[in-house]
Ligand binder design. Structure first.
Ligand code: PLP
Length: 389
């Protein structure tokens, strides 16, 4: 029998999972309830009400899918796409490509619109695509975790509706960190995760569907190809008479409820401002160490700082030293950026000055050790200055 679990402590400053808040971990030790217990049904109601507040929506069909962010992505696409439907998927990084793959598996006629990694899409370009293709669905990533770029989607819903398309957005890395305004932005389907901006463990994917999306679902001519993710049945558990669909992961619902309480106690605006403040300090520090961002200056995510690995530094060796000597996890690059970028997350409760100073100080030591020319103390000093300002 293996020994009792006792992993070395880590500070999770990668692209996710981020550390769960201690209050979330405590909530997870609450005794189990049955998934149809009236007390649990009330907990579900509370969770949904808070999810709507965080997503800034009145959408009745708002609930957490019992699985990770990818299941949320799949839920949106399998329910809204029927075989032969046209879908435009916009990719500017790794996760856009995952949407392309899933839309293809739904037997959609997929048009892929690509922007260079680290860039975002211009609305005018998407207008032309919508005009030419006339898709049923347009899918786009709001916060592209592989490049650290934030796509402005504030006007995109309106544009999609002009051409009769539904807007599906990946809010996995944005929810709880940067503004997400589903109703104001006229988003039709959105999915997210529990393990980043909401400071919970991985395992839940909050989704939300506009009445327009629900109408499209009701108008389907074919059965949704996935049994588990078929909203027409899940709706009867999360959206209607609370009839059994699957055994809800009770403990994860407790966690999500507490994570959402934390977001709302802090207040959305204060939370977003905190993410920006810590990002500004981290960015000042990273740039003082000579590191450059992979995302263009106008669209950098506060919660995910992706920087190019400096010449001379060995990707795996540096990250290993950060992990084993300093207990800090940062992320490596994905796809086009594999071996070329590091991704430093300041998400949810980990967006705080102590995380900024720890990672800058440790990175400085690691870079110096790798023979990269950096001025000792420059990163931390620049962050201090940013906070003071
Ligand atoms: N979309 C984006 C933008 C992500 O960053 C991730 C994961 O990091 C996913 C989708 C997939 O989420 P998960 O790994 O929780 O399934």
């Amino acid at each position: 029998i293996p020994g009792q679990l006792s992993p070395a402590p880590r500070l999770l400053l990668g692209p996710g999972p981020s550390d769960a808040h201690p209050r979330v971990l405590t909530a997870m030790t609450t005794p189990l309830l049955g998934h149809l217990d009236p007390q649990f049904l009330e907990i579900m109601n509370e969770t949904q009400t808070m999810l709507r507040a965080v997503y800034q929506t009145k959408n009745p069909l708002t609930f957490p899918v019992s699985a990770t962010g990818t299941a949320g992505m799949e839920t949106c696409l399998v329910n809204l796409i029927e075989p032969g439907d046209k879908a435009v998927i916009c990719t500017m990084g790794y996760f856009g490509n995952r949407m392309v793959d899933i839309a293809g598996r739904c037997s959609a006629q997929v048009t892929v619109k690509e922007a260079p990694w680290g860039q975002t899409f211009d609305l005018q370009v998407l207008r032309e695509t919508l005009q030419t293709v006339r898709p049923k669905v347009l899918g786009i990533v709001h916060a592209e975790t592989s490049t650290g770029a934030l796509q402005d989607i504030s006007e995109l819903g309106k544009l999609c509706h002009e051409f009769g398309a539904l807007l599906v957005t990946d809010c996995v890395t944005s929810l709880g960190c940067t503004p997400v305004k589903l109703d104001e932005w006229e988003v039709d389907a959105a999915f997210s995760c529990s393990q980043k901006g909401l400071s919970c463990p991985p395992g839940m994917s909050p989704v939300s569907f506009s009445p327009r999306a629900v109408d499209a679902l009701k108008a389907r001519k074919t059965k949704v190809q996935s049994w588990y993710l078929d909203l027409t049945s899940i709706m009867s558990y999360w959206g209607g008479d609370r009839a059994y669909h699957h055994t809800a992961p009770i403990t994860m619902v407790y966690a999500l409820r507490e994570g959402l309480r934390l977001v709302l106690e802090e207040g959305l605006e204060a939370r977003f401002a905190r993410h920006v403040r810590n990002h500004v300090a981290l960015k000042a520090g990273l740039e003082a160490l000579g590191l450059t961002y992979t995302a263009a200056a106008h669209c950098q995510l506060p919660q995910l700082n992706a920087v190019r690995i400096p010449e001379g530094a060995d990707d795996a060796a540096c990250r290993k030293r950060l992990l084993t000597e300093f207990g800090i996890e940062i992320g490596g690059g994905l796809g086009d950026f594999k071996g070329k970028a590091w991704r430093i997350g300041l998400m949810g409760q980990n967006s705080r000055p102590s995380c900024v100073f720890q990672v800058l100080a440790a990175l400085e030591v690691v870079l110096l050790g790798a023979g990269v020319k950096v001025t000792g103390g420059a990163g931390v000093a620049a962050a201090e200055k940013a906070y003071a300002a």
